[in-house]
Design a protein around this ligand. Structure first.
Ligand code: SAH
Length: 218
């Protein structure tokens, strides 16, 4: 962080507290998620030229045609993933800049995150190192296949929009686990899948806007 930015307080703890107050007014209730978002320095995950806008209520470009999700979406998906539980092992698909990953690192014991764009992953790795997120492993891989060798996971979160429910991921979701992801091509909606003893219970939630889940590695 430049001395200049910290000097004018645009990236300070105070700015994060204001963001958290806004998240509360937007209906986020999980205090564990709110605490995590109050502590992760979101501005280090975007380019320095955008750092003063990092806490605004919007998504921002992170290069390679991708975006960091707006704070409300990160909070909402984290809250849904937690479902009031403490999380053991979590899988994230779509590391992007690593911001959601960093929030998850505060909510779970172990976080595995996969990204298909190698240079983005390298940047994310740097950001996560900077905040000393020691319980995170990132991997250059096509996330639609999940990480079978490391599952099952208590939570699976996907931050790119799928066209259908990704079957490979369902089989890596532990019983009692929750999976959260955007689904749809034209209009997208958040989807929550709960793996109960009897079934995979699917709930379709509010409309959202994400980049598409794409195949193959870059
Ligand atoms: N959570 C991220 C959001 C990044 S946007 C953040 O806060 O920055 C979604 C990301 O999903 C992009 O980086 C995109 O490259 C990645 N992605 C899309 N399809 C993927 C796939 N099949 N496997 C892994 N990552 C994928």
């Amino acid at each position: 962080m430049s001395a200049n930015l910290s000097g004018i307080g645009m990236t300070s703890q105070r700015t994060r507290v204001r963001m958290v107050e806004r998240l509360r007014s937007q209906g986020i209730k999980d205090e564990v998620v709110l605490d995590a978002m109050a502590s992760v320095p979101r501005h280090i995950f975007v380019d320095e030229a955008l750092a003063t806008r990092a806490y605004e209520d919007c998504s921002l470009p992170i290069g390679f045609g991708q975006t960091i999700s707006n704070p409300q979406t990160v909070a909402r998906m984290s809250e849904l993933l937690r479902g009031g539980r403490s999380l053991g092992k979590v899988l994230e698909i779509g590391t992007g800049c690593g911001y959601q990953t960093a929030v998850l690192a505060r909510l779970a014991q172990e976080v595995y995150s996969v990204e298909r764009i190698a240079p983005l992953l390298m940047k994310a790795r740097g950001h996560l190192r900077e905040i000393r997120a020691a319980n995170v492993r990132v991997k250059h891989a096509d996330g639609s296949l999940g990480l079978a060798e490391l599952g099952p996971f208590d939570g699976i979160i996907m931050t790119a929009a799928a066209t259908h429910v990704p079957e490979a991921l369902l089989s890596q979701l532990a019983e009692g686990g929750r999976m959260v992801f955007p689904i749809g091509t034209g209009e997208q909606r958040l989807c929550l899948i709960e793996h109960t003893a009897e079934e995979y219970r699917q709930t379709t939630l509010e409309a959202v806007k994400f980049v598409p889940l794409l195949p193959g590695l870059v």
